[in-house]
Structures are given as C-alpha cells and as structure tokens.
Design a protein around this ligand. Structure first.
Ligand code: C5P
Length: 236
C-alpha cells in the first residue's frame, strides 16, 4: 500500500458504531470522503462483509481491524478472506508468533495482496507493566513492543500498530521501511477520554507515524466536519 502524501490521507477514521447505517451517517457528517476508514470487531461482527462493501462503495479504503490470533493455518485463511474483501489493511497479533506471522505474510502475497498491508499489533495500549507481568511477560511495555515489532519485521510483516510513545524507538530500530499506524491520537482541544498514552496528530506524524487512527475527537465532536478539518489543518 502506498504511503499517503496528502495530510488528510494520513487520517484513518475509526468507525466505532454498531451498524452500517450509523457508519454511513458518520461518513455523511464528515463532509468529505476519508481516504481510509477502520472497521473493527463491533461493526464487522454485526454486519459482516456487507459493511466493507458499503464503505468501499462510498470511496473510502477499508482498514479491517480484526486482530487475528490463532494457529498459522487459520490466520493464513483469514488473511485470504480479508484480501478477498478488497480491504487495504488488516491486523494480526504479533504475539501469535513468527510461524503465524510468516503464514499470514505468505497468504497476503499469494492473494494478489501486494496492496494488502498486514499490520502486527504489538502490545495493546490497555496493557501496562502489571497486566503484562500477569501473563508471564516480565518486561515493560516498550521493550515488549520493540521485541514484537522485530519479530514481525523478521516474519515479513510490513507494518505495526503501536502507541504514539513507541513510534520513535520503533522507527529508530527498524527504519523507514516499517509502516507504522498509531491510535491514541488526541488534538490539544479534544478530551483524552480513556486513552492514556496519547500524542497530538502533529507530534505523532513528526515522531514517524505513517497513519493515525482517530475516532472520538472527530466522530463524537459536536461538529465532526469542523473537527476533521481542524485536524487536517494541524497536519498540513
Ligand atoms: O476514539 P479513539 O480515537 O480513541 O479511537 C481509537 C481507535 O483505535 C478505536 O477504534 C480503538 O479501538 C483503536 N485502538 C486503540 N488502541 C489500540 C488499538 C486500537 O485505541 N492499541
């Protein structure tokens, strides 16, 4: 997948709504068609492939964020199915290990998937040192992010999802070729809400993010169109 050149194309709008009607209303409220929209577990579980079709027919590319984590064969087939839906990006958990990631990368490339960007989710931003330790991982989240990013890189996965705070060290370790997508983006004027490891859109791009996943600062704003335009202006 080609890197975005225009500032607005760096923004991935998170469609965190329960159904297709809500997703389409949200798109209408933005005033312009986003280059990329993220469909996650809630919306996809409710609506299935038809919601991917509906968003694509509005002119947006789709980031299907289903965070696959299973045995290599199952994940490889899930990646094939995602490629068949014509999505631009999809996710899998790097903690599924190198065999799983290699199988997924192979499936993506075989499925005419040169355009399908596979992203490895490193450490969920909901995990802190204590949560990690309770699962037997006795290192701090940043060290674990870098470890999993390295594993993904070696397994032929082109990109990662990480919090804004880890972008710089991931860039420094794995170079410009690594695609980096980050959530946890909050303009100064927006409420942080439940996001903790946050950065402004401009700072996240300066730190090296290729794409920013933005939900509530735009989608839950009183005037989504204005909030969207404001973020784009900050990135320009
Ligand atoms: O509304 P907000 O901007 O917080 O939305 C961020 C989006 O990114 C949500 O869809 C959320 O599920 C997702 N996400 C996240 N943190 C991660 C991975 C995904 O916030 N580590």
């Amino acid at each position: 997948m080609k890197l975005p050149s225009r500032p607005q194309d760096k923004i991935i709008i998170a469609l965190d709504v329960p159904d297709t009607d809500g997703a389409l209303r949200l798109l209408d409220s933005l005033g312009e068609t986003p280059a990329l929209c993220k469909i996650g577990l809630e919306l996809f579980t409710a609506e299935g492939p038809s919601v991917v079709k509906a968003i694509r027919s509005r002119g947006s590319a789709v980031f299907l964020d289903l965070k696959f984590h299973d045995i290599p064969n199952t994940v490889a087939h899930a990646v094939r199915s995602a490629a068949g839906l014509g999505v631009a990006m999809t996710t899998l958990h790097a903690s599924g290990g190198p065999m799983m990631m290699e199988a997924a990368a192979k499936a993506a490339s075989e499925e005419g998937g040169r355009d399908l960007l596979l992203l490895a989710v490193t450490v969920l931003t909901s995990m802190d040192t204590l949560q990690l330790a309770s699962t037997g991982i006795d290192v701090d989240p940043e060290a674990q992010v870098l470890r999993l990013a390295g594993l993904a890189h070696q397994s032929g996965i082109s990109g990662i999802v990480c919090s804004p705070k880890e972008i710089q060290s991931a860039r420094a370790s794995f170079g410009e070729g690594l695609r980096i997508v980050t959530p946890g983006v909050r303009p100064i004027w927006a409420a942080a809400g439940d996001q903790k490891r946050i950065m402004t859109p401009r700072d996240a791009v300066q730190a090296g993010a290729d794409w920013l996943v933005i939900g509530r600062p735009i989608t839950a704003a009183d005037h989504p169109k204005e909030a969207y335009a404001r973020v784009v202006a900050e990135l320009a």
